[in-house]
Design a protein around this ligand. Structure first.
Ligand code: NIG
Ligand code: FE
Length: 419
């Protein structure tokens, strides 16, 4: 396999924490990628020595060695291939880890967005419109749409993303969504408990039974996670707990949508079930923040939602100051946040939520990895997956300083050029 050496990196965000810098920043750095993993990280001045130390013998080298030939000079030719990339003093960050998307669905709701911009408030019930369009779509239509979102995510520097079901809400369609999502990511979340579909409006209990029974049975083989929308207009705390406990009993890991549209039990439910993450966290009280700070549950903030629904932004500063682990994600979905841009989430976090750029970039990379309980992405260090983004900018600050500008110059996923 061809190794890649990225040289002359002006600012490298490693996320290997050093002192007060959450980003573990190195200047004038280089990174060696080999076999899809990070092989070495260090000062650019040491790059040649690092390459020499990591070279693999080629077939002809091994043949020479078998014949007892003198070991040849250790130069670049001993690699099966070494691509050298000159970063030109620009910044490199870990690939974004988007721990919350709803990117397998049919139709769109542009009309709803337009109405919202002239004053109609966002409501969870809009989900049912996407359910109708999703049920009507074929597997191939949904697959093509999802492939489009996956390409869109990669082009913007996202190298790991989660995908939720939740726009099928019947056994057959939820199974299709989980299966199709599993074609593009390992991070598939069963969200049968997104809202109660229209046909169960008069019998909520029967729907929760279905979610916890046959629907879970059909989706669990394709899923790693179980999620529930614990919110007024969606599922009550008791219903939500039943769903999470059923998922856990089937070997899925819990995560929660909570405290999006108003105060509620979402955070307490997430912490008490050991959820990896509680997402939205727009309306939190002091007890919620204390419970999060004392737990392993990440608060995943989704500022695309507040931007697109004109809700107040979550108070990230308050959470960070209390010691809560914060992640950023896009929540890409056709209702509340139809954007897949992690650079935009970073800019909004800085501009609207009181985060420093370092905190925001950490939250959008290492924070997302924590929210997905993944320990091999979200940082640039030996042994980690070689998922990196070269920015067309001298520092990561430009992600917030130049909002809306396509600053993602190159993307590597598992060491291979992804965009
Ligand atoms: O995360 N909160 C629940 N689900 C999505 C919205 C889905 C929709 O409106 O279609 C969210 O914001
Ligand atoms: Fe969501």
């Amino acid at each position: 396999m061809t190794a890649t050496l990225i040289r002359n990196i002006g600012e490298l965000t490693t996320n290997v924490t050093a002192d007060s810098d959450p980003c573990g920043t190195l200047r004038d750095a280089a990174v060696l990628i080999d076999g899809g993993r990070i092989a070495w990280v260090g000062p650019d001045a040491d790059a040649e020595a690092a390459v020499a130390a990591h070279r693999e013998p080629t077939h002809s080298d091994r043949a020479d060695a078998q014949r007892g030939a003198v070991e040849p000079e250790r130069d670049g030719s001993r690699f099966s291939g070494l691509e050298v990339v000159d970063a030109g003093g620009r910044a490199v960050i870990p690939g974004f880890v988007d721990s919350h998307t709803h990117t397998v669905f049919g139709g769109d709701r542009a009309d709803e967005f337009e109405a919202r911009m002239t004053g109609t408030p966002y409501a969870a019930g809009g989900i049912r419109r996407t359910v109708a369009a999703t049920r009507a779509a074929t597997d191939d239509e949904l697959r093509a749409r999802l492939a489009g979102f996956a390409a869109e995510l990669r082009a913007q520097g996202t190298t790991t993303f989660e995908v939720k079901t939740g726009y099928g809400l019947d056994v057959e369609t939820e199974e299709r969504l989980a299966r199709l999502a599993a074609e593009v990511t390992t991070e598939v979340t069963f969200l049968g408990a997104h809202v109660v579909p229209a046909e169960f409006a008069d019998d909520r209990d029967a729907y929760v039974d279905l979610v916890c029974g046959r629907m879970l049975d059909a989706c669990a083989p394709h899923s790693r996670w179980v999620d529930v929308f614990c919110e007024r207009g969606a599922f009550t705390p008791d219903e939500s707990r039943r769903v999470l406990e059923a998922g856990i009993a089937r070997g899925l890991l819990p995560r929660v949508h909570g405290n999006q549209l108003g105060p509620g039990e979402g955070v307490r439910l997430a912490v008490s079930t050991g959820a990896a993450s509680v997402d939205h966290c727009t309306y939190l009280d002091d007890a919620d923040i204390a419970a999060l700070a004392a737990s392993d549950t990440v608060a995943t903030l989704l500022p695309g939602v507040e931007f697109s629904t004109r809700q107040p932004y979550p108070d990230a500063r308050r959470m960070l100051d209390a010691g809560v682990t914060v992640a950023l994600a896009s929540d890409c979905n056709p209702g509340s946040s139809f954007t897949s841009s992690m650079p935009l989430m970073t800019a909004l976090a800085v501009r609207e939520m009181g985060m420093t750029t370092a905190e925001a970039v950490w939250a959008a990379t290492a924070g997302g990895a924590r929210a997905l309980r993944l320990d091999d992405v979200g940082a640039i260090a030996p042994g980690m997956r070689a998922d990196l983004v070269l920015l067309d900018a001298p520092t990561r600050v430009h992600l917030a300083y130049r909002p809306g500008v396509p600053l993602v110059s190159r993307v590597w996923k598992d060491g291979l050029a992804a965009a």
